[in-house]
Each structure stands twice: as structure tokens, then as C-alpha cells.
Design a protein around this ligand. Structure first.
Ligand code: CAA
Length: 281
């Protein structure tokens, strides 16, 4: 593996791209508009400058990372990629369209991976003619820090594809786990319903957002409280995951909190909009 293309220059896509570039891969970050791409490049420079100012990276190291990264709106740069990791919006139709296009553009050996947080790998793979070379490669936010990658088999993922991606995750300094496709996979099936419960505790007036987060930090030793974590992940992403788990399981215990849905409708999505359960301005 030499060349990796990451689809999506948002929080996850950019951090995933940085992880690959730090491990010596040539990385292309592709998004749909020049404005988004410029913004991604600026965020990368800011993040690396912060590392330099902390003494965790020197100027030459920064140049080496940025020198391996290309930012583009042109999907055709994926033609000779060895691996494409998609980190676009959590919407099945959009993901299917992206992968149908990639399937036509990429060389036959290219492995196609999705960083989806809950959508069926088998369903996305069905948009391509290479479901054996399709897999889930699920990183965790912040992807530059979190060690886990869930490597998720769809119904037709080959053992060869699985082994390649599992080993690649180790090469980039991550600690992978093997997961068979199921709504929410492993972490989100447990984590997002917990965040949803915390939303309901606010909704029913049991405690304030601050006290719920404090309770889980001090009483369960979580590094951050569930509502602060929801704000970090993005409340829209949390809602999309709850809705997927609910729809796929049909189990009412996975019904999204009414407050979570209301906040998403209001545009209070967490850190990325400056307001969620906490304020970030
Ligand atoms: N983006 C990038 N880097 C970040 C960051 C962010 N949002 N927040 C913190 N960091 C980095 C810091 O720069 C620091 O890096 P260095 O060691 O290189 O300086 C490092 O993380 C530690 O940061 P801090 O010391 O400031 O803070 P901390 O010790 O409190 O750690 C945390 C911050 C890593 C975010 C920690 O609170 C934590 O682990 N929180 C839980 C995160 C979590 O559960 N993520 C999974 C979410 S679920 C998911 O992502 C899946 C999905 O599909 C939705």
C-alpha cells in the first residue's frame, strides 16, 4: 500500500488522512468544494502548528506530513489509489453514489473502505461490482488520538481484504478489532444509547447537563461526560446512529430522545456549531 485517498475533509476525514500521512503514506483528501478543501487544509496546518508549539513535532516533521498530503475536489485522483477510505456524510444514498463512482474510476485492485459509524457495510458495498474488496474501517474521534479501529466485515468481504486492512490498521499505530456487521457495530451500539439516556435525563429534569457529565466522569471514570462526548461526536451523528439502530432492530429501547432530535432540528450540533449541551464560543 502506498497511496490512500480519503473522501471527506471534515473532522473525521482530515484526522484519518493525517494519521496515514504521519505513517508515511501519500494521502489525497477529496471533498466536494474548493471552499471546504481550503478550510480542511487550514485546519490541518493549525493542528500541526499546535503540535509544533507543544514541542511534539518539529518544523521538518510538519513539512514531511504536509508534503505527503494533497487536497482536491477531483475524484479522478483516486484512479491509482491502493485504498480509499470514505468519511462523508452519514447517508446511505450519498455513500452509495460515491462508491458507485469510485468503483468505475479506481483500478480493480483498489480496496474500498467506509468509516461509517452505523450504516450497513453490505448495503453500501452493493453499489459496487467489488463487494469482496469492500470493508468497514471505523475510526474514533479524535482519530489522531484514539487507538481503536473497528474492522468490519460485510457479507461478501473477502478474508484477503480483511487481513490487509487489519494489518494496515496496526501499521498506522492503531489497535484493531474484528467485527461482523451489525447496526452500530460494537462501540456505537453501546456508547450512543448511553449518550441518548443522558439526553433523556436532561429532558426529564433529573439533573443538569453539567451534573450528568460530572457524575459519569467521577462515578464511572469516563474521560469525559456523555453529553460532552455527544457534543464532540456531533449530535446529528448521534441521532443518525440511534435512528439506524432503532430502524434495523425495531426495538423501542433504541428510540432517539426527543430532546436529542429537537436539538439537531435547532442546529445545536455540539462543538462544530459552537453549541450543544455545552457552549463552545
Ligand atoms: N481533536 C484532536 N486532538 C485532540 C482533541 C480533538 N478534539 N482533543 C484532544 N486532543 C489531543 C490533544 O491535542 C492531546 O494531544 P497531545 O498529547 O499530542 O498533546 C491529547 O488529545 C490529549 O488531550 P488533552 O490532554 O487536552 O485532554 P484529555 O487528556 O482530556 O483527552 C480526549 C481528550 C482524548 C478527547 C479524552 O477526553 C477522551 O478520550 N474522550 C473520549 C473520546 C471518545 O470516547 N471518543 C470516541 C467517540 S465515538 C466515535 O468517535 C465513533 C463514532 O462513530 C461516533
Amino acid at each position: 500500500m502506498k497511496k490512500i485517498v480519503v473522501i471527506g475533509g471534515g473532522t473525521m476525514g482530515l484526522d484519518i488522512a493525517q494519521v496515514f500521512a504521519r505513517s508515511g503514506f501519500d494521502v489525497v483528501v477529496r471533498d466536494i468544494s474548493e471552499e471546504i478543501i481550503k478550510n480542511s487544509e487550514a485546519r490541518l496546518n493549525k493542528a500541526l502548528d499546535k503540535q509544533v508549539s507543544k514541542g511534539k513535532l518539529d518544523e521538518a516533521g510538519k513539512q514531511a506530513i504536509t508534503g505527503r498530503m494533497t487536497f482536491t475536489t477531483d475524484l479522478n485522483l483516486a484512479a491509482d489509489a491502493d485504498l480509499v477510505v470514505e468519511a462523508a456524510i452519514e447517508n446511505l444514498d450519498i455513500k452509495k453514489q460515491v462508491f458507485a463512482d469510485l468503483d468505475k474510476i479506481c483500478k480493480p485492485e483498489t480496496i474500498l473502505a467506509s468509516n461509517t459509524s452505523s450504516i450497513s457495510i453490505t448495503a453500501i458495498a452493493a453499489a459496487t461490482q467489488r463487494p469482496d474488496k469492500f470493508i468497514g474501517m471505523h475510526f474514533f474521534n479524535p482519530a489522531t488520538v484514539m487507538k481503536l479501529v473497528e474492522v468490519i466485515r460485510g457479507a461478501k468481504t473477502s478474508d484477503e481484504t480483511f487481513k490487509t486492512v487489519y494489518e494496515l490498521a496496526k501499521t498506522i499505530g492503531k489497535d484493531p478489532v474484528e467485527v461482523n456487521e451489525a447496526p452500530g457495530f460494537v462501540v456505537n451500539k453501546i456508547l450512543i444509547p448511553m449518550i441518548n439516556e443522558a439526553c433523556d435525563l436532561v429532558y426529564t429534569g433529573v439533573a443538569s447537563a453539567e451534573d450528568i457529565d460530572k457524575a459519569m466522569q467521577l462515578g464511572a471514570n469516563h474521560p469525559m461526560g456523555p453529553l460532552a462526548l455527544g457534543d464532540l461526536i456531533g449530535l446529528d451523528v448521534c441521532l443518525a446512529i440511534m435512528d439506524t439502530i432503532y430502524q434495523e432492530s425495531g426495538d423501542p429501547k433504541y428510540r432517539a430522545s426527543l430532546l436529542l432530535r429537537k436539538m439537531v432540528r435547532a442546529g445545536f450540533l455540539g462543538r462544530k456549531t459552537g453549541k450543544g449541551f455545552h457552549d463552545y464560543n
